[in-house]
Design a protein around this ligand. Structure first.
Ligand code: ACO
Length: 425
């Protein structure tokens, strides 16, 4: 039976249909409210606005639950490969052995990019941030591999994007370093191949440490989707204009770049370096983060939706300890990170505001430990998030969602007449 909530205003009653999700989440459908009452709803930053109905990811921020297509993140991170999770997110079910083998083979044979794309790298300055390069070249893929609206064409572009993104990402780093670019090695799995393109040198053979490959696999899985966050919403919003997959994902990469979203993992390490250079006085920085006049925040702390703990942060913290122990890494910056975490978790300011270390706090530390340069951290996030963006775009397209177009409350000047420049005072 349909349920309704009622809105009473100036003697009139407006009925708002109640929408219930699989996990009993409740929403009020206000899509007809403006037609009936003249009201729009105002929610700056979309803090309490559902933009879509989605079957991709379930997240409960209060209870620290994250599931992809119903599967708990803990189980996927423990047992699955990144490509298995990518398949799950994009196509809705875990692949059979045969489906996974085909998927992996298709991705492997599409890892090369057109040689003319390679030439574009020469046009970027060496100082270019790898996220700017990655976003530009992801969009540029549409000039080499036309966007498609057919199921077959879309599937091919999905494979291309998953296959070529690690190549584009690793090359953006090599370009920045001024090193020769490494071509993909099709004998390697997804994560090992990326590490090969990042770290192999023409003069030596490179074999990725299995501990590093395992940590990378976990990190990519943990970042693979996070429902309607800033970048996924951007991908859906841009895609809703019916622009293609490459252009929509390029927009998502740009959204992810910002320090309040994916850029936080880079900011975490930069903050730790700053504390170290300043004598390692952790308390000073905790106090600064509490001081509203300082404009300083503890990067890697707090989350828009997780208000008790971030389930990904728990898994990643364990992976982080494992990597540091197995690789025998002793890094003073990492000691500062531990001290900072201890201080903040005991401090009433952070406890009362439910500010816990988020996934980015630990991911930055692992990336540093496995040799990924700081400016590549957000690129790593983008590599992980790619299947989620694709799944969100594919779902939005399949559901034929209308073009995204929010409303506003205008607070500018009322109507006034134009004054010629000669008469303006
Ligand atoms: N350090 C110090 N104070 C903080 C922090 C922080 N990292 N985060 C939030 N606060 C404070 C705010 O000043 C505010 O205090 P007040 O109530 O006294 O005004 C309160 O906690 C609530 O903060 P909001 O900004 O309203 O929380 P919101 O949900 O909008 O923001 C965000 C979440 C953006 C993640 C925020 O916590 C932040 O800026 N964190 C640092 C950046 C970061 O780590 N981003 C990565 C997010 S995870 C991801 O994208 C994968």
């Amino acid at each position: 039976m349909s349920k309704f909530a009622e809105l009473h205003y100036e003697g009139k009653v407006y009925q708002l249909p109640v929408v219930e999700g699989t996990e009993k989440e409740l929403a009020l459908d206000i899509s007809k409210l403006r037609d009936e009452s003249g009201f729009i709803t105002l929610d700056i930053g979309y803090k309490n606005t559902g933009a879509t109905k989605s079957a991709v990811t379930f997240l409960d921020g209060e209870q620290g639950i994250l599931r992809y297509r119903g599967y708990p993140i803990e189980q996927l991170a423990e047992h699955a490969s990144f490509l298995e999770v990518a398949y799950l997110l994009i196509y809705g079910e875990l692949p059979t052995q045969a489906q996974l083998a085909t998927f992996e083979r298709e991705i492997t044979i599409h890892t090369l990019v057109h040689e003319d794309i390679r030439k574009i790298y020469d046009g970027f300055p060496a100082s270019a941030h790898p996220m700017a390069v990655l976003a530009s070249l992801t969009c540029a893929l549409s000039t080499f591999y036309p966007e498609s609206r057919t199921t077959e064409g879309t599937n091919l572009n999905i494979i291309r994007l998953l296959a070529k993104m690690p190549t584009l990402a690793a090359w953006s780093y090599k370009n920045e370093m001024g090193h020769p670019l490494n071509y993909p090695n099709n004998a390697l799995d997804y994560c090992s191949n990326f590490l090969h393109m990042m770290f192999a040198y023409p003069t030596e053979t490179y074999t990725a440490d299995p501990v590093v490959v395992d940590a990378l696999n976990k990190l990519l899985i943990l970042h693979a989707d996070h429902e309607q966050n800033c970048s996924a919403s951007t991908v859906r919003m841009v895609g809703s204009s019916q622009v293609g997959l490459f252009a929509s994902v390029a927009a998502g990469i740009n959204a992810l770049w910002g320090p309040l979203h994916g850029g936080a993992n880079q900011e975490v390490i930069e903050m730790l370096e700053r504390i170290k250079a300043d004598g390692g006085n952790v308390k000073k920085y905790v106090d600064m983060a509490k001081d509203k006049n300082s404009n300083f925040r503890l990067m890697g702390f707090g989350h828009r939706v997780y208000k008790n703990f971030d389930p990904r942060a728990r898994i990643i913290k364990a992976a982080c300890d494992n990597v540091l122990n197995k690789l025998g890494i002793n890094d003073p910056t990492l000691e500062i990170a531990k001290e900072l975490e201890e201080h903040a978790l005991k401090d009433d300011y952070f406890v009362s505001r439910k500010l816990y270390p988020n996934v980015d706090f630990y991911s930055g530390i692992i990336y540093r430990a496995i040799g990924i340069p700081t400016e590549m951290f957000t690129v790593m996030f983008a590599l992980g998030r790619l299947p989620g963006w694709i799944a969100q775009w594919k779902e939005m397209t399949a559901n034929k969602e209308p073009i995204g177009r929010p409303r506003q409350i205008y607070i500018g000047a009322p109507e006034r007449n134009y004054v010629p420049v000669s008469e303006r005072k």
